[in-house]
Design a protein around this ligand. Sequence first.
Ligand code: FES
Length: 286
Amino acid sequence: MRLAGAELVESREILPGQWLQTYRAPDIIAGARAGQFVHVRAGDYSGLVLRRPFSINTMDLATGTLTIHFRVIGRGTAWFTFLRPGDRIEMLGPLGRPFEVDPRSRHLLLIAGGLGMAGVRSLTDEAIRGGRQVTLLFGAATARDVYPSSLLPDEVEYVVATDDGSMGHHGFVTELVPEYEGWADQAFACGPLPMLRALARLAATRRDRLGVATLGRKRGGGRPAVAGSAAARRKAFLQVSMEQNMGCAVGACLGCVVKAAAGPPVRVCREGPVFAAEELDWAGGW
Ligand code: FES
């Protein structure tokens, strides 16, 4: 984790109210992994010093740049849209625990809902660099909110669902999962809580429904992995990236806790944001 200056290279509105910004931040992305995030200090009209967490949307080690993808939801995020190339901001990162892909997984299923695309986007690059096949299921309310396919690597199979049926499958993105879960070695998701809950339910019943072995049995003799460890995530069929409001983003304020399936609550900023789905209590009221 480093605190470093980041220079804005490019800023554009890619969807109504959604922005993609490129920052030069070589110190931040050195060693960063897919699923991690940055905490960025914004200027604010009130004069308060506020920080915002952003998933690292993409990283380019050759140019030392990263992108963030965000929706304008208040004055803090609106402030970012007024920045111009050459402006500098302060960035803390990389933060949190990343996605863990089992080295033997060849077929990855990524599921994103709305702005959850930012949570899994860098995993598409990482997976394709590793020679894996990636299917990305994306859910949005309507066609005008669908993430542009031109911003994805050509190698990704991109399947869209919209709530109103204006593009792709008419319905929730989770309804597409049964078609692909037999093909997938592992799945990775980010999006609204109801979507993640539905996916966790599907993952929990997958073995019985499909008659497939769990990753633990198939690849490691069923030895239990320590909860919260990279090994636990690597063994899981489904890993989820949680989106929570964050205050400090370094584990101090406890403002981001969620219920664990066993043991004390866990902090999304420190023990997450990526968890094995079975590590969380999905009935929890968070
Ligand atoms: S945001 Fe403060 S503990 Fe996570």
